[in-house]
Design a protein around this ligand. Structure first.
Ligand code: PLP
Ligand code: SF4
Length: 468
């Protein structure tokens, strides 16, 4: 990974990797997802043998685990640098003392998912799509998880799943289901298949999405058997959850590749997290890492105010600054939509840096700012009074001898007469210089304040004149 190579270069990561933490593990064990799952680190005693924890914090961290579960597969743990107490992978998976200190700050159910729940396990917040929680278990338990409340590792009873399917079957408005959890890919392949088959039998259900962190936390789980099963239930989409470029490993890339080859489009939902990815350098590394694995960055969430996650939350200003640093500076395809899930069930609200500085609908005029901060004046159409004035002038003129005079809202008249078009007229305000259009007025007929660029008409008109 060249992106994360930058991080490695700034800080040599010595104490990490399989050879450091699990020198005894055989290849067969390491590549077996069941071995990985069984060997998850779930208590502080196990953790202390692998990663140093300051003596004064051990008791506190043990207390956290009374409230919130921990689970770290050896593969994911091996990404942590044991020498770095601020390691971004560690911050996501290991309870810190702050998690105890702030254990009563925040909400159990910040998105009010349970208020929008017609049957247990279903959240029906938007008109045409529902969320369906089929598992209370994850490979890794993220410290900032919005659904910390449900992570008890008791299987969701089959009867409950049948009731969820039944709700979708009798609700024709639902054309899209998001299967989430917990992590649906912690279910066995046959169990997941039985759910997908029942959903596919519902005629009005168009698409099925699976939200999973498995390609990040336990990529060994994605195997040929799983992919063969999944591809029977198309159109199927998978949303993954990478937060840091160091998670874009060869193993994760292999898992994503297998899913992609099964025809499943992959989209990433990241979360802005303090000390993990709240910097432009890291976020850029992440989105580039994702693009190389053919994963499209879809959303980046502001961290929800969930109980016990306060230490991971960053500011909206920081989020906006990062979005600003991406737009225009890297591939548009690599830029996710920043969203905040509104409290109490308001749904996802898009948050964007402001590029539309002014917009006067009546004057049909906008002021735009580009990624460099240059400001452009833009007319959707030529102002009406200007069009009218031109029409009057044209009516007084004799019939044209060369070329038509075209007066439409979107095309100006012949360039010989000072062409004006309604399209992309740019004028720079402030320091910058306009590009894409000439900034000098072509004739005195131009309305004051309007700068006319080279519309197609103006250009052709002048070319004809040059020839004669
Ligand atoms: C996020 C979410 C969805 C899916 O939203 P999209 O914007 O379509 O990805 C659906 N239901 C609930 C309850 C959600 O939180
Ligand atoms: S994998 Fe997803 S559902 Fe599971 S703990 Fe992490 S954020 Fe929560």
């Amino acid at each position: 990974m060249s992106e994360s190579g930058g991080f490695a270069a700034t800080k040599a990561r010595q104490k990490c990797g399989r050879a450091h933490y699990y020198p005894e593990a055989t290849d067969a064990e390491w590549n077996d997802w069941k071995w990985q799952f069984r060997h998850r680190v779930t208590d502080i005693e196990q953790l202390m043998k692998l990663i140093p924890i300051p003596e004064g914090e051990r008791g506190i961290r043990r207390e956290v685990l009374r409230d919130f579960r921990m689970g770290i597969p050896p593969y994911y743990l091996a990404l942590i640098d044991a020498d770095d107490p601020d390691d971004p992978i560690l911050r996501q998976a290991v309870p810190l003392a702050e998690e105890y200190a702030y254990r009563d700050v925040g909400d159990e159910d910040p998105l009010g998912e349970e208020h929008y729940s017609p049957v247990p396990g279903i959240t029906h917040r938007y008109p045409d799509r529902v969320l369906m929680v089929i598992s209370n278990s994850c490979a890794v338990y993220c410290r900032y998880c919005t659904r910390k409340r449900i992570m008890y590792e008791d299987a969701v009873p089959d009867l409950e799943i049948d009731r969820m399917v039944d709700y979708i079957a009798r609700t024709p408005a639902v054309r899209d289901v998001v299967i989430s959890g917990g992590d649906p890919l912690t279910c066995s392949t046959p169990k997941l298949e039985s759910i997908l088959a029942k959903l596919r039998a519902i005629r009005h259900l168009e698409i099925i999405r699976i939200g999973t962190r498995i390609p990040v936390s336990l990529p060994q789980r994605v195997d040929a058997e799983l992919c063969e099963m999944l591809q029977k239930y198309h159109p199927l989409w998978v949303n993954v959850h990478f937060n840091h470029p160091r998670e874009c490993t060869p193993e994760a890339a292999r898992a994503c590749d297998l899913l992609s080859r099964a025809g499943i489009p992959l989209n990433n939902q990241a979360v802005f997290l303090k000390g993990v990815n709240d910097s432009l350098e890291v976020m850029k590394g992440l989105v580039h890492g994702l693009m190389k694995m053919r994963v499209r960055p879809y959303y980046v969430y502001h961290c929800d105010p969930v109980r016990g996650s306060e230490h991971m939350r960053t500011t909206i200003a920081k989020g906006l600054e990062i979005m600003e640093g991406l737009r225009g500076h890297t591939s548009g395809l690599a830029i996710p939509q920043y969203v905040i899930d509104a409290p109490g069930g308001g749904g996802k609200v898009p948050i964007n840096p402001n590029y539309l500085l002014e917009y006067d609908q009546k004057k049909q005029r906008a002021l735009l700012r580009n990624y460099q901060g240059r400001v452009f004046e833009y007319y959707e159409q030529v102002p009406e009074e200007e069009l009218l004035r031109r029409k009057l002038v044209a009516e007084r003129l004799p019939a044209p001898t060369a070329g038509p005079i075209v007066i439409t809202p979107s095309h100006g008249s012949n360039g010989d007469r000072g062409g004006m078009s309604g399209g992309a007229k740019v004028r720079t305000i402030g320091n910058g210089r306009a590009t894409g259009a000439t900034a000098e007025p072509e004739s005195a007929a131009v309305a004051p304040g309007l700068v006319v660029g080279k519309s197609k008409w103006a250009h052709r008109g002048r070319a004809r004149r040059d020839q004669t």
